[in-house]
Design a protein around this ligand. Structure first.
Ligand code: NAD
Ligand code: WQD
Length: 352
């Protein structure tokens, strides 16, 4: 493999791990990111971990001219589109910002791709499009129905992609519905670095373990689940990154949707207990009321991706949390702790 892939949002959590996987597979990578929710240090880390050059353009995808310059400068063959805003609660209070960031960016990107004759796309969708599922595990044919503006942007973008693929058979599009991505690169040099108070369970529990926060709040222990706490299908970010490679390599004419999950569920209490085991720290917690919009259980049926993409998420919860802890304990304040780091890393090779 030796193809140039544009990774939008490549400085972010999932994008940076996928960039490393692409480079390790021999692809060339161009990152476009406005750093609204990430650090340029993540791009430096991608270069350090792989010893490869990576072009980085700090642009906002709502600026179509800036985006076109990226296509003009590089022989882009395909696009993995991660860029977007993702905080569910914020999307409820600032819906226009979400529709603008997610929809306008995507329309600009698709327009530039069409103009530049680039018609291979892998898009970051989300299990959030399933809302409160009627059946478990969730297959791709399950009823969709998002419950917040963030989720609706994902559903709308999925529809836009389907319409586009129907208009011209040269389009090859994969819509990847991720379940709950967690974990970090095993080197401990790259991981999730949320701004402010984390919304999600694993970043929060890690910040408690490292001493940045006092205690966990468990949002309800009265759910209809084996131990009463919420159950989710956590997936290691490296398995997810490998899922993108598989999707890219298996792109076919049209628009296909795939669940990326493990098919195994873990409860909030299991996450707390396993974090205690891997970190050797105790995690104080209190049970509080349910969080608005939460559901009891989310669990993927990943068999379509297992078969069609020849891909499987194998890393278990312990590995996910061990790697997350490795990152968090080495960098309690995330990328802010890495600025100016003098780590022993391979020398980058110039681009071919
Ligand atoms: P992230 O915030 O770490 O990464 C997104 C990146 O996009 C950030 O680096 C941000 O700066 C950039 N960005 C945002 N708006 C932009 C714009 N207008 N122009 C250019 N860059 C912009 O998030 P992530 O967790 O890596 O998520 C990546 C994608 O996967 C997102 O589309 C998200 O909705 C989707 N997703 C994430 C999860 C999850 O739990 N992390 C689950 C399902 C789907
Ligand atoms: C997991 C479990 C909580 C925090 C969200 C988005 C979804 C997707 C992934 C992008 C639940 C419980 C959490 C805490 C807790 N993102 N919890 N205390 O809600 O499944 O999904 O992220 O597409 O759209 O909604 O993930 O990590 O927030 O919660 O008890 O402090 O942990 O109630 O059961 P969720 P999460």
């Amino acid at each position: 493999m030796d193809k140039t892939v544009l990774v939008t949002g490549g400085a972010g959590y999932i994008g940076s791990h996928t960039a490393v996987a692409l480079l390790e597979r021999g692809h060339r990578v161009v990152i476009a990111d406005n750093l609204a929710n990430s650090s340029a240090e993540a791009v430096v880390t991608v270069r350090r971990l792989t010893g490869r050059e990576v072009a980085f353009h700090q642009i906002d995808l709502t600026d179509e001219d800036a985006l076109d310059e990226v296509f003009a400068e590089h022989p882009i063959e395909s696009v993995i589109h991660f860029a977007g805003l993702k905080a569910v609660g914020e999307s409820v209070t600032a819906p226009l910002a979400y529709y603008r960031a997610n929809l306008i960016s995507t329309l600009n990107l698709l327009n530039r791709m069409q103009h530049r004759d680039v018609r291979k796309l892998v898009f970051s969708s989300s299990a959030t499009v399933y809302g409160d599922p009627e059946q478990l595990p969730i297959t791709e044919s399950a009823r969709t129905g998002a419950t917040n503006p963030y989720g609706r942007t994902k559903l709308m973008i999925e529809e836009i992609c389907r319409d586009l693929a129907a208009s011209d058979p040269r389009w090859r599009i994969s819509l990847l519905r991720y379940f709950n991505p967690v974990g970090a690169h095993p080197s401990g040099e790259m991981g999730e670095d949320p701004l402010g108070v984390p919304n999600n369970l694993v970043p929060y529990v890690m910040q408690v373990a490292v001493g940045r926060r006092d205690r966990m709040r468990v949002f309800g222990a009265d759910w209809d689940t084996p131990d009463g706490s919420g159950v989710r299908d956590y997936i290691h970010v490296l398995d997810l990154a490998e899922g993108h490679l598989a999707a890219l390599e298996h792109l076919e004419s049209g628009c296909e949707v795939f669940n990326l999950g493990t098919g195994r569920g873990a409860s909030v209490f299991e996450v707390i207990k396993t974090t205690e085991n891997v970190s050797g720290r105790s995690i104080p917690f209190e049970v509080v009321g349910r969080r608005d919009g939460d559901i009891a259980t989310s669990l993927a049926d990943p068999s379509k991706a297992n078969e069609a993409l020849e891909w499987r998420a194998d890393r278990n919860l312990e590995v996910m949390l061990r790697d997350a802890w490795n990152w968090q304990s080495r960098h309690p304040n995330g990328y802010a702790d890495k600025v100016g780091d003098d780590v022993d890393v391979p020398t980058p090779t110039p681009p071919d």
